[in-house]
Design a protein around this ligand. Structure first.
Ligand code: PRP
Ligand code: ADE
Length: 170
């Protein structure tokens, strides 16, 4: 499947020099969205996964359906100040800015195998931080799965010990 035909590429958004990969034009095609989730599920089928964790917001639209397809739970990794319970938080840089991510302290049971899922791997800041949060909670990072990887930004360099899978590469 040539998924790229469904991804809208917008130059200079949200700032000059960034080529934004817009997945809304893939997700509004039900068959294609489902096919993409099914293919991601097949890509991680060899991994032992107890739980999926996905960073807000676009990590939810990949991680939650993938969790449903695999029959495992989903835990949100949220931007700071959104989760109601006790949290741990870590700051990070991403391709176009900086932010802070948080997880509930009781989101993961120590030793659980956690797959981290997101729409896109760019510089890797978001996922490196997600990996760190999962590990701080005692989780074992089984892998990281992405719809899109921007290979030239070499996000994998920030994830040297993580099993990375991606469906579409730019
Ligand atoms: O690899 P990185 O350089 O860290 O960039 C990738 C991250 O950037 C985007 O999220 P964003 O923070 O824009 O939030 P959103 O999902 O709420 O749009 C995207 O969904 C990834 O999570
Ligand atoms: N180039 C890009 N397109 C879409 N989402 C992104 N998140 C970080 N970089 C991005």
């Amino acid at each position: 499947m040539d998924y790229k035909q469904y991804i809208r590429v917008i130059p200079d958004f949200p700032q000059p020099g960034i080529s934004f990969k817009d997945i809304t034009t893939l997700m509004n095609q039900g068959e294609i969205y489902r096919k993409a989730i099914d293919e991601l599920r097949a890509m991680v089928s060899d991994l032992k996964i107890d739980l999926i964790a996905g960073p807000e917001a676009r990590g939810f639209v990949i991680g939650a359906p993938l969790a449903y397809a695999l029959g495992v739970g989903f835990v949100p990794i949220r931007k700071s100040g959104k989760l109601p319970g006790e949290t741990i938080e870590t700051g990070y840089d991403l391709e176009y800015g900086a932010d802070k991510l948080a997880m509930h302290k009781d989101a993961i049971k120590p030793g659980q195998n956690v797959l981290i899922a997101d729409d896109l791997l760019a510089t890797g800041g978001t996922i490196a931080t997600s990996v760190s949060l999962v590990r701080q909670l005692g989780g074992n990072v089984a892998g990281a799965a992405f719809l899109i990887e921007l290979a030239e930004l070499n996000g994998r360099a920030k994830l040297p010990d993580v099993n990375v899978s991606s469906l579409i590469t730019y």
